[in-house]
Design a protein around this ligand. Structure first.
Ligand code: ZN
Length: 150
């Protein structure tokens, strides 16, 4: 792997896939091409795949700082799990897949709590070194102001 693949700021950012964050997040964080690893999913959840990406970022790409950046008005708070389930069934999804849908989809109750929980999960995960700088922030989706939560 070329050294160009290593993030100049030694930073990994976990954020949400929200369309309003495209370009906006990097602009507000002052992140340019080559600066950081950006891992996105619905609701900036810390799951096995997120941790897999973090392990690569930390051990192979020299990342030593992690920012979990959630945002206000996240769709994963208002997601109607039953509506998703009904639409899945209507379109032929296997009904045996849906019993744990709420957990699997990752519906959140609070954007702030979800960010704090995510930081906690990373800090306490057995694969993550103890000397990592892990912080949680919430971005105001309208104004772009960034507040540190933990
Ligand atoms: Zn979101």
């Amino acid at each position: 792997m070329s050294d160009d693949a290593k993030p100049k700021k030694k930073l990994a950012i976990i954020s949400c896939m929200d369309t309003r964050l495209v370009n906006f997040l990097s602009e507000k964080l002052g992140i340019d091409r080559g600066d950081a690893k950006v891992i996105k999913n619905a609701g900036n959840m810390i799951m096995d795949d997120t941790l897999r990406s973090l392990v690569v970022a930390i051990y192979l790409l020299d990342v030593d700082k992690i920012m979990v950046v959630g945002h206000t008005d996240c769709g994963m708070k208002s997601v109607d799990v039953n509506d998703v389930k009904n639409k899945m069934l209507e379109r032929g999804a296997n009904p045996y897949f849906t019993p744990n849908l709420e957990q699997w989809l990752g519906k959140i109750d609070s954007e702030e709590d979800n960010i704090i929980k995510g930081v906690d999960l990373i800090k306490n995960h057995p694969a993550i070194p103890k000397n990592m700088d892990v912080r949680g922030y919430i971005l105001d989706i309208d104004t772009g102001s960034l507040n540190q939560l933990c």
